[in-house]
Design a protein around this ligand. Structure first.
Ligand code: GDP
Ligand code: IMO
Ligand code: MG
Length: 413
């Protein structure tokens, strides 16, 4: 049985919390795309963990954790996260030999290109994600498995730097000293070699176990289906979870889509329901909407049914989790965007181009005191109406409602 957890908005929906909550039911938790641009927060026994590369199953004593072929791995970050959790974590962690490696120059290229873009910058996390995936697609990337043969890796890198020296010069990026780089690679080899395997084979060998694929980023940041070019450089949707892990599509059982009770976005790009007034500020404050990875304030606004319907269809969601309902406590009225308008025309579909799109809102009565509620019956009646309204509009069951950051602040219907 293979299930998928996928973000339905622009990221940071609370995927980490749901993966952690559900991990006890799974034997294996898999990250299949993205890299350390992700920041997944898990709160256990009052302690907060921010995971960037490690799957959010690591806090569960039983689950194996896999970093799949579709992930881009920055070895120093992986080593750091392993150290934070203690070396024993290596006994339940595997990294795909086909996963691509982020090297320091990818990070420098990411940052230099953002600078060059000026006011059109994407607002990336500056982690080298785009340049590493670009190398992968251009078939000049370095894979994690190559760490096992340093001589040939160094030779490949020398060729890579030679081939790219003009570009590096243009961006004012220094080509690394090969002796120093070799020492660094040697260290990565010592730290990681034993856990780098063919994870596709591992997953196939264990296909009858319970496997959970943990999405990073989210649907509207998908390289193909998101708000291009203001997106990340991987396929963040269900189909990306399959290519990024090697799970055969027909083995897929259930897809759980994760959405906040409102919407946030970090970085630039269109955001139809963004609220730049006091309500947006209030959501940011009540929801502590600052990035887990970069600490940037997140842009905040209202729930967008048009975008959510697009996302549940693209991902073929069987059920949805609505997160952070408690953050809307204390609003007299709450807005939900039910359609868009462009140049006087009503639009019910999430279009390829969001230029001049304006939201059409329905207002519902607000509520107070949904925080930490654990039973549907105990929710304020207007909060229940809000959830039922969303459920009816997106046409998928809202199975989970989250009312706090801790594992147990969750209603399961
Ligand atoms: P992810 O990237 O999708 O895993 O989400 P992040 O961890 O980046 O952001 C979600 C934030 O909301 C984290 O700080 C969580 O601890 C927190 N969180 C998750 N669920 C809830 C909830 O229901 N209520 C509140 N108040 N916070 C939550
Ligand atoms: P999780 O998994 C929210 C955004 C960046 C930027 C765009 C491209 O925690 O939900 P990148 O560094 O990927 O090239 O940046 O994507 N972004 C995220 N936003 N949550 C994330 O991950 C994100 N990962 C990338 O802010 O707009
Ligand atoms: Mg996050």
């Amino acid at each position: 049985m293979v299930d998928v957890i996928v973000g339905l908005q622009w990221g940071d929906e609370g995927k980490g919390k749901i993966v952690d909550l559900k991990a006890k039911n799974y034997d294996i938790v898999v990250r299949s795309q993205g890299g350390h641009n992700a920041g997944h927060t898990v709160v256990v026994d009052g302690k907060k963990y921010a995971l960037h590369l490690l799957p959010s199953g690591v806090l569960n004593p039983n689950a194996m954790n896999v970093i799949g072929n579709g992930v881009v791995v920055y070895p120093p970050q992986l080593i750091k996260e392993i150290k934070n959790f203690g070396h024993d974590i290596k006994n339940k962690l595997l990294v795909s030999d086909k996963a691509h490696m982020i090297l320091d120059h990818h990070i420098k290229i990411d940052q230099a290109r953002e600078k060059l873009r000026g006011k059109n910058k994407i607002g990336t996390t500056g982690r080298g994600i785009g340049p590493a995936y670009a190398d992968k697609i251009a078939r000049i990337g370095i894979r994690m498995g190559e760490l096992k043969d340093l001589d040939s890796l160094i030779e490949r890198l020398e060729h890579y730097y030679e081939m790219n020296k003009g570009y590096f010069k243009y961006l004012d990026i220094e080509i690394p000293d090969m002796k120093k780089l070799r020492e660094e690679l040697q260290n990565w080899q010592e730290e990681l070699s034993e856990i780098i395997v063919d994870t596709t084979k591992y997953l196939w060998d264990n296909i009858d176990k319970n496997i959970l694929l943990e999405g990073a980023q989210a649907t509207l940041l998908d390289i193909d289906h998101g708000t291009y070019p203001y997106v990340t450089s991987s396929n963040t949707i269900t189909s990306g979870a399959l290519t990024g892990s090697g799970i055969p599509p027909k083995k897929l059982n259930k897809v759980i889509g994760i959405a906040k009770a409102y919407t946030t976005r970090v970085g630039n790009g269109p955001f139809p329901t963004e609220d730049l007034g006091v309500d947006g500020d209030k959501i940011r404050k009540q929801g502590a909407e600052y990035g887990t990875t970069t600490g940037r304030p997140r842009r905040c606004g209202w729930f967008d049914v048009v975008a959510a319907k697009y996302a549940v269809t693209l991902n073929s969601c069987d059920e949805v989790a609505v997160m952070k309902l408690d953050v809307l406590d204390g609003f007299e009225r709450v807005k939900v965007c039910v359609a868009y308008e462009r140049d006087g025309e009503r639009i019910d579909y999430f279009p390829s181009n969001l230029e001049r799109i304006k939201p059409i809102y329905v207002e519902l009565d607000g509520w107070d005191k949904s925080a930490h509620v654990r039973k549907w019956e105990d929710l304020p009646s207007n909060a229940k109406k809000y959830i039922e309204f969303i459920e009816e509009k997106i046409g998928v069951k809202v199975k989970y409602i989250s009312t706090g950051a801790e594992r147990d602040a969750t209603i399961i219907r």
